[in-house]
Design a protein around this ligand. Structure first.
Ligand code: FNR
Length: 359
């Protein structure tokens, strides 16, 4: 039995090909930001209230008019079939059973339409979102948006922190550049005649700009979230360009190394958007206490990336179910200990930065 996210990490490492384990755990360059994300949660303290709790705590959220049973989303991660034969199908079934929103990666190894069919067949229909890298070829981008829309995805998460591919030096050292034979980026297959779903078909373009966001706004009525905005000025621009939400993310430290931990940036980003759009945060969330800290500071929800890959590697669909269950229990327990009867009771006065001690 696994009792913590860390247990899943250790179990996955023991089971996985080290090349794939490195692909999941790794980040850009010196991995300073990878470590910073988790460390920031550790540095922030909780200051609980007492004698005001309730027997049951409300953990559900509503985003863009859709309900989810937890304020924890599955952030988009590529290539689930690398670690489990069912891949994204297993992840999606576990997410749906737990009532959790899954953001399907554009680089998934099961097509988004198939993911949706599998979840519907299981009788659980929870919102799914689709993560998109805007392609410089707008026809291709439009075709991807159509695939996601046809699959019933209810929001688009547009990743904007990847003008070039992140410098994952572990992958370079390990010679990991492509999917093994038999696996493909299924969302890319046949977007145009003869396209076969190679990873290299995904274009990372440094030439994208705000006009592309405007263009996307014009071709879809789905809510659009930008993932990877870190500068408050860009957060303001995002709101001005009609974006519906932000996923405050540094790609789990996999793009530009030495950027701040997302938790550290959260107050500045919230101040910049002035409550006009919801802000979801990902990066380093490993504990129920982490979820509470992000929400107390004002995040609408959090996302988890690596923990899902570890749980999937360790136990497939069951592993991801167990992961979500234990995070749910930790969250509920933390709320009780903070004297909160639900997420609405999480306010900034419940967290603080240490005021003395070693710097
Ligand atoms: C990612 N991430 C990511 N992001 C994205 O927009 N599209 C993608 O395809 C992927 N793929 C991907 C693969 C793997 C193996 C990892 C670990 C991450 C980034 C992801 O969405 C998220 O931002 C981070 O993983 C969050 O940090 P934690 O929870 O991993 O610390």
């Amino acid at each position: 039995m696994r009792y913590t996210v860390h247990d899943f990490e250790i179990a996955a490492r023991a089971e996985l090909d080290p090349v794939y384990a490195d692909f999941i755990a790794g980040g850009a360059r010196d991995e300073i930001t990878v470590r910073a994300n988790e460390a920031a949660f550790g540095r922030l303290q909780l200051l609980p209230r007492v004698l005001r709790g309730s027997a049951e705590r409300e953990l559900g959220i509503s985003l863009f008019g859709h309900r989810a049973s937890l304020p924890i989303l599955i952030s988009p991660t590529a290539f689930h079939k690398l670690v489990d034969p069912e891949g994204e199908l297993a992840t999606a079934r576990a997410a749906a059973a737990a009532g959790v929103i899954m953001i399907v990666s554009m680089a998934s190894t099961v097509a988004v339409g198939q993911v949706a069919d599998a979840v519907r067949a299981a009788g659980d229909d929870v919102p799914r979102w689709f993560q998109l890298y805007i392609q410089p070829d707008l026809e291709i981008t439009e075709a991807l948006v159509r695939r996601a829309t046809d699959a019933g995805c209810s929001a688009l998460v547009v990743t904007v922190d990847s003008p070039v591919l992140g410098a994952g030096e572990r992958n370079r050292r390990n010679g990991f550049h492509d999917l093994p034979p038999g696996l493909r980026c299924e969302n890319l297959v046949d977007l145009r005649d003869g396209e076969r779903g190679h990873v290299r078909q995904i274009a990372m373009s440094p030439e994208l700009n705000w006009e592309h966001v405007d263009w996307l706004r014009g071709i879809t009525s789905l809510p659009i979230l930008l993932k990877g905005v870190l500068h408050p000025e860009d957060a303001r621009l995002a709101v001005r360009h009609g974006v519906d939400g932000l996923l405050l993310s540094n790609h789990g430290g996999r793009q530009l190394d030495t950027v701040p931990a997302t938790l550290e940036l959260l107050p500045e980003i919230l101040a910049a958007v002035e409550g006009r759009v919801p802000v979801v945060l990902d990066g380093g969330v490993r504990r129920g206490t982490d979820v509470v800290k992000a929400l107390a500071l004002g995040a609408s929800a959090v996302g988890i990336g690596r923990p899902v890959m570890w749980a999937l590697a360790e136990g497939g669909e069951k592993g991801v179910r167990r992961l979500l269950e234990l995070l749910r229990d930790e969250l509920d327990d933390t709320l009780a200990l903070c004297g909160a009867s639900g997420l609405a009771d999480l306010t900034p006065d419940l967290v603080r930065v240490p005021t003395w001690g070693p710097v």
